[in-house]
Design a protein around this ligand. Structure first.
Ligand code: MN
Length: 249
């Protein structure tokens, strides 16, 4: 941790869905790193940082550029798997100096406990997705997948993306969002009043009624026309959370 008193804010981002087809998002991210983090004590990336991650051995130029930019940071950077980049592994973390966080993770910032999640595990009403999620998170499946040639992995990922697009278009709005009961269960199980997640692309601050008191659920947005981020700062009354966005050219 840095002891610089100017660096007193913890930054959170998610769902950039970085992909070579959208250089403007990459540029916005590089700009964010260079300009928004001057007062940052740390950066948390809560999943779906990449549109797809096929393995740490995929060293195309786009990936290498992102890795180089992350490596330049002098603050601690934490990264959590999303549903699209759950194959980010040890090599990526070594090359970027990122620390991989489990989903979920509880961190204490300025005396307040925050539950951090990507958010996809909260969408339990989407049963098709939950079944797929379980299969993809199986270590044996992952080991087998990573042993395949990169071209084969690319083709497989593309077919999954096409299926996912179809599934999303044919699903009702509610099942694509978090299950309210699941949010309460996770927050109560971890004994927290604060939850930060992404995934749903529905940036908002929600109040949550918990058996142990009033809680807050902060949802970060994806990066499209706007780049979303969240800042946790110290205040006289404890940790303060601000959900912010900036325009991407
Ligand atoms: Mn996601």
């Amino acid at each position: 941790m840095t002891n610089d008193p100017e660096r007193m804010h913890h930054y959170f981002i998610s769902d950039l869905h970085l992909d070579p087809s959208q250089p403007e998002i990459r540029d916005a991210f590089v700009h964010f790193l260079q300009n928004q983090l001057a007062d940052a004590a740390s950066l948390y990336i809560l999943g779906d940082f990449f549109e797809v991650w096929l393995g740490d051995d995929d060293d195309d130029a786009f990936n290498l550029e992102i890795i180089a930019n992350l490596k330049k940071l002098t603050i601690p950077v934490y990264i959590m798997h999303g549903n699209r980049d759950f194959l980010l592994g040890d090599k990526f973390c070594q090359e970027t100096n990122c620390v991989l966080l489990a989903d979920p993770t509880v961190v204490e910032l300025f005396g307040t406990q925050f539950l951090l999640m990507h958010g996809d595990s909260l969408c339990t009403r989407d049963e098709t997705y939950m079944t797929t999620r379980k299969a993809f998170r199986d270590p044996l499946f992952q080991k087998d997948f990573l042993s395949k040639p990169l071209a084969e992995r690319k083709a497989f990922a593309q077919s999954i993306r096409d299926q996912s697009k179809e599934h999303m278009q044919s699903s009702v709005e509610e099942i694509m969002d978090v299950t309210p009961e699941e949010v309460i269960a996770e927050m109560e199980q971890h004994g927290v009043n604060q939850l930060i997640h992404g995934h749903t692309h529905r940036p908002a601050h929600h109040s949550v009624k918990l058996s142990h008191g009033q809680g807050s659920r902060y949802v970060m947005g994806d990066w499209t026309e706007l780049g979303w981020y969240l800042v946790v700062s110290d205040s006289a009354s404890g940790a303060q959370v601000a959900l912010k966005s900036f325009r991407i050219a």
